[in-house]
Design a binder for this molecule. Structure first.
Ligand code: NDP
Length: 248
């Protein structure tokens, strides 16, 4: 027996929410925004360039700049209503072996991936506290807990999201707010397209599923975590990695 109506066949119905996805102009963020639009939510995408998917509102923001996030979120709230779901997705890599890694390479990655999540979550949680409802989703990486030679900056930024989500859970969990980490493995986007073919083949050998994933395979998990059925999950790290990091 089914209850209620569902915007997406095969999924349970979820209350329509106002959703913000950072870095929603391409890759995983674009796919996440698409899934939320398809499920009937009000969706805004923040982007430095380009546009979010059809049916979403695109606003300009740089996650390294608190003022630009504040302006973007204020615009979203006035056009779509109070923000109930935030997906901190924007991220960069600057891969390099530790001994060659400059302070700039470390700082830029940590400031975007971890600092960016801090800025958007802090801004979004203001309204969530008032509403006594919020869903915070942080896009980490299998590399955050697995480690990866040449990615000390990236792995540090992505594992930092785990402590961040768990601290938020302890601070805000009593106010109807959940904070979870999604840790994708290798996903076919511009970020992985940069890897040489030989390296891609090596990585595939380490993935039990034997393949990279499509962005939508991450997006559907994020959609579910933001939905009504996932209200008792918080502080969790959900892998979407074909079994690569199991046992984290
Ligand atoms: P892409 O490189 O395709 O896209 C990155 C996105 O982040 C772009 O929208 C980009 O905007 C945005 N971004 C980067 N810096 C900033 C900034 N300072 N302010 C605002 N937006 C910014 O990456 P993916 O889609 O592959 O990755 C998305 C997330 O998933 C990242 O956090 C990444 O670390 C994570 N991830 C990806 C994996 C993969 O295999 N692809 C695996 C595990 C995790 P712009 O277009 O303006 O540069």
């Amino acid at each position: 027996m089914t209850t209620g109506t569902s915007a997406v066949a095969g999924t349970s119905a979820s209350t329509p929410r106002t959703v913000v996805v950072t870095g929603g102009n391409r890759g995983i963020g674009h796919s996440i925004a698409e899934e939320f639009v398809a499920a009937g939510h009000r969706v805004a995408v923040t982007a430095r360039s380009g546009e979010g998917p059809a049916g979403s509102l695109t606003v300009r923001a740089d996650v390294t700049d608190s003022a630009s996030i504040d302006a973007a979120f204020t615009q979203i709230e006035s056009e779509l209503g109070p923000i109930e779901v935030v997906v901190a997705n924007a991220g960069i890599t600057r891969d390099m072996l530790l001994m060659r890694m400059g302070d700039d390479d470390f700082d830029a990655v940590v400031d975007t991936n971890l600092g960016g999540a801090f800025r958007v979550v802090k801004r979004a949680s203001k309204g969530m506290l008032k509403q006594r409802f919020g869903r915070i989703l942080l896009i980490s990486s299998v590399v955050g807990l697995y480690g990866s030679a040449g990615q000390a900056n990236y792995a540090a930024s992505k594992s930092g999201l785990v402590g961040f989500a768990r601290s938020i859970t302890r601070e805000l969990g009593g106010r109807g707010i959940t904070a979870n980490v999604v840790a994708p493995g290798f996903i076919e986007t511009d970020m992985t397209a940069e890897l040489p073919e030989t390296q891609q083949a090596e990585y595939k050998k380490a993935i039990p599923a034997g393949r990279f994933a499509q962005p939508s395979e991450v997006a559907k998990v994020v959609l579910w975590l933001a939905g009504d059925d996932a209200g008792y999950i918080s502080g969790a790290v959900i892998p979407v990695d074909g079994g690569m990091g199991m046992g984290h």
